[in-house]
Design a protein around this ligand. Structure first.
Ligand code: SR1
Ligand code: MG
Length: 426
C-alpha cells in the first residue's frame, strides 16, 4: 500500500474501516503491528472529551492512534477546536520524555496535517481514575507522579533551562490559545456563575447558589486565574487529572498533554492532587461491595505522598540542577552562602504549596459545577448519594481556595477532608 494512494490532501477524520488503508504504509505501525494492514483489528476507544483514539492490533503487536477532531467531541461541531492541539501534544510528549524518562508513552509517528500521533500501546495498563473507582490501591502512583511533576516542572523552567531556549519554547507553546481558553473559562470562571453549559446534581442547588454568591470565593478564584494566565513559569501538562494517567501495579504513565503551555508550576500539582481528594469524597458512592475505609485512607496517603515526593525531588533538583538564570549559584553557593539558596528554596516551595491548594480547590469545583464532570461522581447512580458525596467536596474546595494562605500542611488538609467527608455518611 503506498502513501500517495490513500493519503488525503487535507485533514480527514479516521474511522475504524478506513484506518488500515490510510495508515497501512507507515513503518511506525506496520513494524509494530504487522505488515498486512488488512489483518489489523481496529477499535475506537476514545472516551475523553475531545479526540478519537484507536487501538490497532495485529499479529506482531499493537499501537495507539490518537487523532484530534476539529471540534470538541463532548459538545459537537457547534464548538470548533483547532487541530493544532495535536502539534502541542506531540511536542509536550517529547519534552516530558526528555525531562522524566519513561513517564510517558513512546511516540512512534506524528502527522501534523492529519493531527494524529501514533504511540506505544500501554497494556495491561488502565486509566487511574477507573482503578480508583474500582477500589484498587496502586502502590506506585504517589512516588511516580510526584517525581514526574517535580522533574517536568523544574526542568522546563528558568530554574534549569538556558533563558534563550526557554523563551523559544514559551513562544512555541504560546499558540495553544484555544486550549488555554477552555481552562481559563471552564476551570476559573464558569463554575462561579450560571454559565450556559454548566450542570450540577439538582439537589445541590442551594449550596451552588451559596457558592456563586460567595464574594471571597469569586475573588480568590479570579486571583488564581490571574496567576494561571500571567505566570508563564514552566511547561505544564495542563490537564493532569487521574484520567490522564495509566497504571499497573508496577508502572505509572502520564498521557494526553494536549493542554500543554507555559503556566504556573502549582497548576499541574494542584489539579492532580484535587483528583485524589475527589476520589476520596466519592468513595461512599462506591460501597456496593463493602466499605471503602481502607481506600479512603489510601487516597489521603496518595495526596500527601504525591506532595511529599514532589517537594523532596524539587529540593534535590534545586541543589543539583539549578543551572538556569533564577536564584543563580553566583549569588549563593559560589559566594559561600548555601543557606541563602536554601532560604530561597523554602520560600519558593511555600508559594507552590499555597498556589497548589488554590488550584486544587477550583478543580474540585469545576468538576461538580461546570461542563466537564468526572466519573468518580458521575458513576454514582443514586442522585441523593451523589449529592451527599459532592457537597462536602464543594465545601472542602471552597476552604482550599479561600484559606490557602493559612493552611499549614498536608496533615491539616487531610484532617479536614476526613472531618468533612463524615457528613456524607452521617
Ligand atoms: C471541553 S473540554 C473539557 C475538559 O476536557 C479536558 O479533558 C479538559 O479537562 C477540559 O477542561
Ligand atoms: Mg485529555
Amino acid at each position: 500500500m503506498t502513501a500517495d494512494a490513500t493519503k488525503p490532501a487535507s485533514f480527514e477524520a479516521l474511522a475504524i474501516d478506513t484506518l488500515p488503508a490510510r495508515l497501512g504504509h507507515l513503518e511506525a505501525l506496520a513494524g509494530r503491528v504487522g505488515p498486512d494492514a488488512l489483518a489489523w483489528k481496529v477499535r475506537e476507544v476514545g472516551d475523553g472529551n475531545l479526540n478519537l483514539v484507536f487501538i490497532v492490533e495485529g499479529p506482531k503487536g499493537a499501537v495507539v492512534v490518537k487523532q484530534a477532531l476539529p471540534y470538541v467531541r463532548l459538545v459537537g461541531e457547534s464548538w470548533p477546536l483547532p487541530l493544532k492541539r495535536s502539534f502541542f501534544e506531540y511536542h509536550a510528549l517529547t519534552r516530558q520524555q526528555a525531562r522524566a524518562p519513561g513517564a510517558v508513552p513512546q511516540v512512534l509517528h506524528f502527522d501534523e496535517a492529519q493531527a494524529l500521533i501514533v504511540m506505544e500501546y500501554l497494556s495491561p495498563h488502565v486509566i487511574l481514575r477507573k482503578a480508583l473507582i474500582d477500589g484498587r490501591e496502586l502502590p506506585r502512583v504517589a512516588q511516580d507522579l510526584g517525581l514526574f511533576l517535580a522533574r517536568t516542572l523544574f526542568r522546563g523552567s528558568d530554574l534549569a533551562m538556558p533563558a534563550r531556549a526557554r523563551k523559544a519554547d514559551l513562544a512555541l507553546f504560546a499558540d495553544n490559545v484555544e486550549l488555554c481558553d477552555i481552562t481559563e473559562n471552564l476551570v476559573f470562571t464558569d463554575p462561579y456563575f450560571e454559565a450556559e453549559l454548566n450542570r450540577h446534581t439538582p439537589r445541590l442547588s442551594p449550596l451552588v447558589a451559596e457558592l456563586r454568591a460567595d464574594r471571597d470565593l469569586k475573588v480568590e478564584a479570579q486571583r488564581l486565574k490571574h496567576l494561571f494566565a500571567a505566570n508563564a513559569e514552566t511547561l505544564l501538562h495542563g490537564d493532569l487529572h487521574t484520567g490522564s494517567v495509566m497504571v499497573t501495579e508496577q508502572e505509572t504513565r502520564v498521557i494526553d498533554p494536549e493542554f500543554a503551555f507555559y503556566g504556573p508550576m502549582a497548576f499541574d500539582v494542584g489539579m492532580l492532587i484535587a483528583n485524589f481528594w475527589m476520589s476520596f469524597f466519592s468513595q461512599a458512592g462506591h460501597e456496593e461491595n463493602g466499605p471503602r475505609d481502607a481506600m479512603r485512607a489510601y487516597l489521603l496517603r496518595v495526596a500527601a505522598g504525591t506532595w511529599a515526593t514532589f517537594r523532596a525531588e524539587f529540593r534535590r533538583l534545586w541543589r543539583t540542577e539549578r543551572t538556569g538564570m533564577l536564584y543563580a549559584g553566583s549569588l549563593f553557593e559560589n559566594r559561600g552562602d548555601p543557606l541563602g539558596a536554601e532560604q530561597a528554596l523554602d520560600a519558593v516551595l511555600h508559594s507552590l504549596w499555597q498556589d497548589m491548594l488554590g488550584f486544587a480547590g477550583v478543580e474540585i469545583h469545576r468538576r461538580i459545577l461546570g461542563l466537564a464532570h468526572n466519573a468518580d461522581f458521575e458513576t454514582i447512580g443514586d442522585e441523593a448519594l451523589r449529592a451527599r458525596c459532592e457537597a462536602p467536596a464543594l465545601r472542602f474546595g471552597r476552604h482550599l481556595v479561600v484559606n490557602r494562605h493559612r493552611i499549614q500542611g498536608m496533615e491539616e488538609v487531610n484532617g479536614l477532608a476526613l472531618l468533612i467527608e463524615k457528613e456524607t455518611r452521617a
